[in-house]
Write a protein that binds this ligand. Sequence first.
Ligand code: NAP
Ligand code: GDD
Length: 369
Amino acid sequence: MERKVALITGVTGQDGSFLSEFLLEKGYEVHGIIRRSSVDFRERIAHLEGKPHFHLHYADMGDSMSLVKLVGIVQPSEIYNLAAQSHVQVSFDSPEFTADVDAVGVLRILEAVRTNHLEQSCKIYQASTSELYGKVEEVPQNENTPFHPYSPYAVAKLYGFWIIKEYREAYNMFCCSGILFNHESERRGETFVTRKITLAAARIAQGKQEKLLLGNLDSLRDWGYAKDYVECMWLILQHETPEDFVIATGVQHSVREFTDLAFRHVGIELRFEGEGINEKGICAKGPEHLIGKTLVEVSKDFYRPTDVVNLWGDPTKAKAKLGWNPAKTSFEQLVELMVKHDMAKVAGEGAAAKVRMNLAEYLEKGVVK
Ligand code: NAP
Ligand code: GDD
């Protein structure tokens, strides 16, 4: 049997790396798009490079010509469009770049497929997002909940959602959006809140960081495990008809709860005191030298101009139509696996890494959010 051919944009990202593994396992020929970088090390896919059915190509979501050329060469049967400027806070700092990649980039992919006359043979998955619900109009959110995007990132992704729907109807293309709620993992970028917390908990426990600065602790998210979610991307493209699906666990927790649990996993019990910007997480139980110390502080640097505070997904449709199991990895298991990973990572970091970490902390306070 001939191998199916998948093209993944965003292959170096959290989801791209898990999806590559998943599709290779299924016997696909996997092609991924990479951008030229001055540091030529792709951490999340380094273990796949050199495998016979895994191929990387230079292209960019901002460069139509590169995309048209590549789609022509690869002749994919499935495209997974995961590439994006995916950080919500950064979209306030770089709104035009975000719009170019996250909105117009989707159009470029669709047109690359049409230009190569593949519109009837190539299925397209678009990485859509729960951020579309933004300033939420109902809880929990399902496929019929109205959108109310609340950041430049979400507004750009809204264009992506609608242009996918438009091409599906106008040109009868098999293109769909997965409206994915937050999904995390040991490969999550280090400035997203979950990973920032698990790394900080590990560093504080090992005496390599003093405290953790966070923004809105009351923010609520429906957090799942990224490895479970990439299966759904594939299932959406195997469904008999092109449809959009909400992918979520159906369980909601706050940033404070995530923090509390992550610290428990490194042997520290926190007591939260104060409110809003004055709230602190103080070590109530744990290593002697930490007792009574403030380990978590709120900083206005990590508040957003507009923040999405109540995401909670209803995965009923995905369960019923795709047979997907939203409860495969629980919130508790997710936090545990991330903390375990980061405890080992931090323990393996030498003196050079300590210098880098201090720089990272310094940057986080002023520049990198
Ligand atoms: P991620 O780790 O930030 O990865 C983003 C990927 O996009 C990286 O491979 C990045 O390449 C690539 N990229 C960015 N700009 C590009 C450009 N101009 N040209 C080519 N590639 C470019 O994101 P993720 O968490 O895996 O998320 C995957 C997708 O799902 C994104 O579209 C995100 O918006 C969406 N999403 C994520 C979640 C979530 O909770 N993770 C939820 C809903 C939707 P470099 O490595 O070169 O930077
Ligand atoms: N990043 C960050 N850093 N967020 C913080 C912090 C902090 O120090 N403190 C509190 N938060 C709050 C944010 O204000 C937000 O309400 C919540 O924690 C989650 O923030 P992120 O982890 O940065 O994720 P996100 O929800 O904004 O965006 C992620 O999920 C979306 C799906 O809902 C990204 O992966 C997006 O690409 C994705 O579309």
